[in-house]
Ligand binder design. Structure first.
Ligand SMILES: [Zn+2]
Length: 318
């Protein structure tokens, strides 16, 4: 056996307790500290959280690792209200309710849509075009928040479109300060000057003053918005800028500095133990967030006959 070490960028507060490679994918078993108090959604009473775990296991799509899909695997915690007895799930910090993928997977889908179509993105990620559309819709509904302390010197503005049955256009603001790690800052409906200005207004005034270059397509609407909102910024016309960079970033391996070691030298080995979802090569059926083989395997391995990945197929996950 060889040992490989990699740095994973985990969402804040999330604890990695296990890993297993499963066919063409990666399963990371995770948990996270729950809040001390919980407010009942039915009777609105707050009380000390009383956490229970059932026998369900949820499998949630996250960013790719080495070009292969990765998943967070966890037992969803729930709380039973001491007053009205209502049982309710505690939503993990890394995803929204009723979806089978992480927030950062959503952002990644947005990035991939730049210079691409929903079908291409869906195919590449092994998800449905409907899921791509749902992700964009959720992202558009969210309040756009950019940390005011973030230093941003270069931005990109791009339009994306959902053509198949949606006729939806959106404008995406991307941080290009670190060229190798572009990231979505904001998204707004529409592809006109107003949409671009709304995106730029998600930056605070100080941040807008610090922007030195903006890259957009030839759209006069975007250029006009930047002229108004970015007083110190110069336009860099580069039609394929973001699409190209984002494509590169998506293809790049997410690990930072893999150190291959032939022999295990004590200690560090404990950090990643084996997840309790085994490997099985045979098949199952339903799949939610891509990587069918992985889904089937996890379902079988969990041995809960639809409980585990049944939730995936039916829009589940809490
Ligand atoms: Zn209650």
């Amino acid at each position: 056996m060889a040992r490989i070490e990699m740095d994973l960028d985990m969402p804040e507060g999330l604890h990695l307790c296990g890993y297993e490679r499963i066919e063409q994918g990666h399963a990371f078993e995770v948990d996270w500290p729950v809040d001390d108090t919980f407010t009942c959604q039915r009777c609105r009473r707050s009380e000390k959280t009383y956490v229970q775990y059932g026998d369900k296991i949820h499998v949630i799509r996250d960013l790719d690792v080495w070009g292969q899909p990765s998943f967070f695997v966890y037992q969803p915690p729930c709380h039973r209200c001491g007053s009205c007895n209502h049982r309710q799930w505690l939503i993990p910090p890394f995803k929204r309710k009723h979806v089978t993928y992480t927030y950062r997977f959503e952002r990644w889908v947005l990035q991939m849509l730049i210079g691409s179509t929903e079908e291409e993105v869906a195919r590449r990620l092994g998800i449905s075009a409907e899921m791509v559309a749902t992700i964009v819709a959720h992202q558009l509904q969210d309040e756009q928040h950019i940390a005011p302390g973030l230093q941003i010197t270069d931005v990109g503005l791009d339009e994306i479109s959902l053509k198949k049955g949606h006729k939806l256009y959106a404008t995406i603001l991307t941080d290009l300060t670190e060229p190798s790690r572009p990231r979505v800052l904001a998204v707004q409906a529409g592809k006109d000057q107003a949409a671009a200005e709304k995106c730029l207004d998600c930056l605070c005034e100080e941040q807008r003053r610090q922007v030195l270059t903006h890259r957009t397509d030839m759209s006069p609407a975007y250029l006009a918005a930047c002229q108004i909102k970015l007083p110190n910024s110069q336009s860099v016309i580069d039609r394929f800028h973001v699409a190209k960079r984002l494509g590169e970033a998506a293809d790049r391996v997410r690990k930072k500095d893999p150190g291959l070691q032939k022999d295990t030298v004590g200690g560090a080995a404990e950090s990643v133990s084996v997840v309790s979802v085994g490997v099985s090569p045979s098949s199952g059926g339903v799949d939610g967030a891509g990587a069918k083989a992985v889904g089937r395997t996890l379902r079988e391995a969990a041995g809960v006959g639809g409980g585990l990945l049944g939730t995936l197929g039916h829009h589940g996950g809490f």
